[in-house]
Design a protein around this ligand. Structure first.
Ligand SMILES: Nc1nc2c(ncn2[C@@H]2O[C@H](COP(=O)(O)OP(=O)(O)O)[C@@H](O)[C@H]2O)c(=O)[nH]1
Ligand SMILES: [Mg+2]
Length: 219
């Protein structure tokens, strides 16, 4: 399994660079999904739960970004999903240039979809356009229903909000309506899915949405 040590970008205009990368990927027929959340909300678990639904329908791979370690990429590879580990060298986010370095090193122009599991953090990753066609965030129930009120930029920049760990709803005071009200105040068009990566609840619906978005190339 490949580990890439990303170099800090020297480009000044990340937004322009991200737009260029987005066009390049569109030309190659690759949908890049930027998956963001706080650590432990279930990014890797959700990707593992989605994997069987993509089998035979979609060729995909993941880029696991971390400050260090190769744990997530090993987990995905063990599940049969092509994966590459990106080390950010202490940086708490990826920008478009770092994302491009990862995609080049991955060397898989044949894929329909690449998911970037961004560094676990609700602040920095939301500030940098990676060139992704779709920004997706996960909020797990134990984190609390107020996160969209506290980290609005994350929910502003994401088209897709996945609420994970619904199996734990009986143990937490998590008010879905309140959470959705906060999230929609940030982004009125945000799509919300409720899943449990553990029990599989709601995962089929999320997979169906992603399959349609990627295969129609209009995520
Ligand atoms: N109860 C419960 N635990 C979950 C669920 N999804 C993930 N977890 C657990 O949450 C922890 C962090 O998950 P992980 O996928 O590594 O999160 P990541 O850091 O966002 O990639 C692990 O111990 C998972 O087993 C879920 O739907 N329900
Ligand atoms: Mg992970």
């Amino acid at each position: 399994m490949k580990i890439v040590e990303l170099k800090e970008s020297i480009l000044e205009n990340n937004d322009a660079d991200a737009a260029v990368l987005r066009e390049e990927l569109k030309g190659k027929g690759i949908t890049l999904i930027n998956l963001m959340s706080s650590p432990g909300s279930g990014k890797t678990s959700t990707l593992l739960a989605l994997a069987p639904y993509f089998e035979g329908k979609l060729s995909w791979g993941v880029m696991e970004a971390d400050i260090d370690s190769d744990v997530d990429a090993c987990t995905m590879e063990a599940a049969g999903v092509p994966a590459i580990q990106l080390h950010t060298g202490g940086m708490c986010h990826l920008d478009a240039d770092m994302t491009r370095q990862g995609i080049r090193a991955f060397g898989r122009d044949d894929l329909d979809m690449i998911v970037l599991e961004n560094v676990g953090n609700l602040v920095c990753p939301a500030e940098f356009d990676t060139g992704a066609a779709l920004n997706m965030t996960i909020l797990s129930v134990p984190e609390g229903d107020d996160k969209p009120a506290k980290y609005p930029l994350m929910y502003e920049t994401c088209q897709l909000l996945v609420v994970n760990k619904t199996d734990t709803l009986p143990y937490f005071d998590f008010d879905r309506e309140r959470m959705e009200r906060y999230a929609k105040a940030c982004n009125p068009d945000i799509r919300v899915f409720y899943i449990s990566a553990k029990t599989g609840e709601g995962v089929a619906e999320l997979a169906e949405y992603l399959l349609a978005a990627v295969l129609q190339k209009e995520a």
